[in-house]
Design a protein around this ligand. Structure first.
Ligand code: PGA
Ligand code: ZN
Length: 422
């Protein structure tokens, strides 16, 4: 039984406040979880409650969310069995009463939801991935490792937010991580030799001032080869332009790189030319969150060749995903716990993807903490794919290291492979 729930204002990887929750049970078990925070957020995401008091953290304090956990929500959950995750999550949704968790804050609600799951796992004597996923949770996720940052995640000349590598040819997760880390290091030395900066963006990828967006793909391919890998076979490229962040007045503005203005169809033509040129397997948010028609067109044109992932357009919300499935808007969904605000609703979103035969990619946020929750969560959900940044910031590496641990623990029963086939 839950005997106490306490929230604390902590800092995320950008130095902004976020919520950590500690759930204590009557058997002495404690479950702790921390909530991440995005920068290129979708407009329909569940509300991250911030104080708005300019005198503290520039208005970004989360003391209201903290007090909502401690004073408003906790009294309702004391005495409950932490194994009843969905009931607890439903109670919080009802207590909030708004359609997007604006009243109590998705950061408050998710902190409790995750900490309850942790406490229940410990109490059951199971690692989190087995508690949430059952004995069938043996598949490690395919990483999409973000090694070059642009857009809103870096102060550089690159419009597209994320250039990622996918170690599709690796036999195990540990080997997959090595392929990526070696490519990351090769990229650093290539960028250095070309006279580019090697400082990193929010998710730990390099943030050089390249001459064009294309050049990002070129230097990554060079890095793969320098590290001894075959592009397209050992390692592929995945993109997240996060196009909502450069969409304005009906057009896409590639202004950081100076590559001009494009219509929705022209963006898809651009991606098509890239897909012909580079070993790209996945494209996320190639268009803006309200460009449903553009997404439909893009999926019709490119959906047979590559994975089309919707992030801002679906915001891990089953209502939007339903519409996407109906309208063939994409063929995969990006999954972020804090976009929707409870563990239960996140699992429902993934179940919906599975039912439709769609892919799913579990994701960190650009503002993260050292909590590796999503590592266990990805294995619990049957692997899929996982975005959790590069290999040079510990809030990202915490997730990779946790996955190495899980793979080791699973031993011979661990499964790893390319979910995209080919
Ligand atoms: P965010 O970006 O966490 O800043 O929203 C991640 C993404 O767009 O996938
Ligand atoms: Zn995204």
């Amino acid at each position: 039984k839950i005997v106490s729930i306490r929230a604390l204002e902590i800092l995320d990887s950008r130095g902004n406040p976020t919520v950590r929750v500690r759930v204590t049970l009557d058997n002495g078990v404690v479950g702790v979880a921390s909530v991440p925070s995005g920068a290129s957020t979708g407009e329909n995401e569940a509300v991250e409650l911030r104080d708005g008091d300019r005198k503290r953290y520039g208005g970004k304090g989360v003391l209201k969310a903290i007090s909502n956990v401690n004073e408003v929500i906790a009294p309702h959950l004391l005495g409950m069995d932490p194994l009843r995750q969905s009931e607890i999550d439903r109670m919080m949704i009802e207590l909030d009463g708004s359609p997007n968790k604006a009243k109590l804050g998705a950061n408050a609600i998710l902190g409790i939801s995750m900490a309850v799951a942790r406490a229940a796992a410990v109490s059951s004597g199971l690692p989190l991935y087995l508690y949430l996923g059952g004995p069938g949770a043996i598949r490690l996720p395919m990483p999409m490792m973000n090694i070059l940052n642009g857009g809103k995640h870096a102060d550089n000349s690159v419009d597209f937010q994320e250039f990622m590598v996918m170690p599709v040819g690796a036999p195990t997760f540990a080997e997959a991580l090595r392929y990526c880390a070696e490519t990351f290091h090769a990229l650093k030395s290539i960028l250095g030799k070309k006279g580019y900066g090697t400082s990193v963006g929010d998710e730990g990828g390099f943030a050089p001032n390249l001459k064009s967006n294309e050049e990002a793909c070129e230097v990554i391919l060079e890095a793969m080869e320098a590290a001894g890998y075959l592009p397209g076979k050992d390692l592929a490229i995945a993109l997240d332009p996060a196009a909502s962040s450069f969409f304005e007045d009906g057009n896409y503005h590639l202004s950081k790189s100076g590559q001009g203005r494009k219509t929705s169809s022209q963006m898809t033509e651009l991606y098509q030319s890239w897909v012909d040129k580079y070993p790209i397997l996945s494209l996320e948010d190639g268009l803006a969150e309200n460009d449903w028609e553009g997404f439909r067109e893009q999926t019709a044109i490119l959906g047979d060749k590559i994975q089309i992932v919707g992030d801002d357009i679906f915001v891990t919300n089953t209502q939007f995903i339903q519409r996407g499935i109906r309208e063939k808007t994409s063929n995969a969904v990006l999954i972020k716990l804090n976009q929707i605000g409870t563990v239960t609703e996140t699992i429902e979103a993934i179940q919906l993807c599975r039912k439709a035969g769609w892919g799913f990619v579990i994701s960190h946020r650009s503002g993260e903490t050292e909590d590796p929750f999503i590592a266990d969560f990805a294995v619990a959900m049957g692997g899929g794919q996982l975005k959790t940044g590069s290999v040079c910031r510990s809030e990202r590496i915490a997730k990779y290291n946790r996955l190495l641990e899980i793979e080791d623990e699973l031993g011979k029963s661990a499964v790893f492979g390319n979910p995209l086939g080919g």
